[in-house]
Ligand binder design. Structure first.
Ligand SMILES: Nc1ncnc2c1ncn2[C@@H]1O[C@H](COP(=O)(O)OP(=O)(O)OP(=O)(O)O)[C@@H](O)[C@H]1O
Ligand SMILES: [Mg+2]
Length: 263
């Protein structure tokens, strides 16, 4: 894609990124959970976000989705500054997200849970129900099942469904594929692919490297609140700083070069 395109008025305008997070930080007291993280997302991307436990990935997502106001930096989505906007404003602008720990409404049916998302753009009940049913078809969930009867994989899928029902342009998935059996994992990977093919741009936090390797073309590695590496999944896992972040300094190969690393 070129950096510039011709607008209707015939002027040359710079192509916009869908999301730009610039030097985002989030502190809890003296502790810097996110410490100047940058992320640029273009329409159509599937970007992976990996990093050791406690690296700040979910906190970064919370900032991107408006759940927590960042302590510093800027978040621009589709040309609009959303840095201090509410979660609802983020959802309305087109950012959907799932939570690492699913937050379903246990006493409600699966259909009603998904309708909660659909109401964002369909205020009339029948329209919201139609939208929710279409999303359930895409996600392969049964409408009349009570949410409390779902196990963890089902609740994770329900969270994805509720997020999709808000009709996001960008979907932030926080470990939505964790805790699945190998078969469930393949189904979930296929679901993420279908969502992407339907035109949704995706950023996915995931510890399972199979997911990252299969789904993403570009990965950012988080450690101690900032991005320590970025590139293709294959290349980042070979970077000494990444190996060190996961395993500690003692596992770093002395003077390892690309050609010396086993392939
Ligand atoms: N509300 C909070 N108050 C204080 N500290 C917090 C809060 N939320 C997160 N933290 C701390 O910020 C750090 C980053 O947490 P975060 O959940 O963002 O990590 P993560 O990369 O998502 O880890 P994981 O892979 O385990 O999910 C952790 O040390 C965590 O304890
Ligand atoms: Mg997390």
């Amino acid at each position: 894609m070129s950096d510039a395109s011709m607008s209707d008025a015939g002027r040359i305008t710079a192509a916009k990124h869908l999301l730009e997070a610039i030097s985002v930080s989030k502190s809890f007291g003296e502790f810097h959970a996110v410490a100047g993280a940058d992320l640029t997302v273009n329409e159509g991307d599937i970007i992976g976000l990996i990093g050791p436990n406690g690296a700040g990935k979910s906190t970064f997502f919370n900032c991107l989705a408006g759940e927590m106001p960042p302590s510093g930096g800027r978040i621009v989505f589709d040309g609009k500054d959303l840095t201090r906007a509410s979660p609802e404003a983020h959802a309305r602008a087109g950012i959907g997200r799932t939570f690492q720990v699913p937050t379903t409404f246990a006493d409600m049916s699966v259909l009603h849970n998904v309708m909660v998302g659909a109401f964002l753009r369909h205020p009339h009940r029948n329209d919201a129900r139609d939208k929710a049913r279409a999303v359930l078809e895409l996600t392969g969930l049964r409408a009349d099942q009570p949410a409390r009867s779902l196990g963890t994989p089902g609740r994770k899928r329900l969270e994805i469904a509720r997020a999709i029902a808000t009709e996001p342009r960008l979907l932030l998935l926080d470990e939505s594929l964790a805790g699945l059996t190998p078969t469930e994992l393949q189904d979930a990977i296929a679901l993420v692919r279908r969502i992407h093919q339907s035109g949704v741009t995706i950023v996915i936090v995931e510890h399972i490297m199979e997911v990252i390797m299969t789904l993403t073309g570009h990965v950012l590695v988080f450690n101690q609140g900032h991005v320590i590496a970025s590139g293709t999944p294959d290349s980042v896992v070979r970077e000494p700083a990444v190996i060190e972040a996961y395993l500690g300094r003692s596992h770093r190969r002395p003077q390892a070069t690309d050609s010396q690393v086993d392939r």
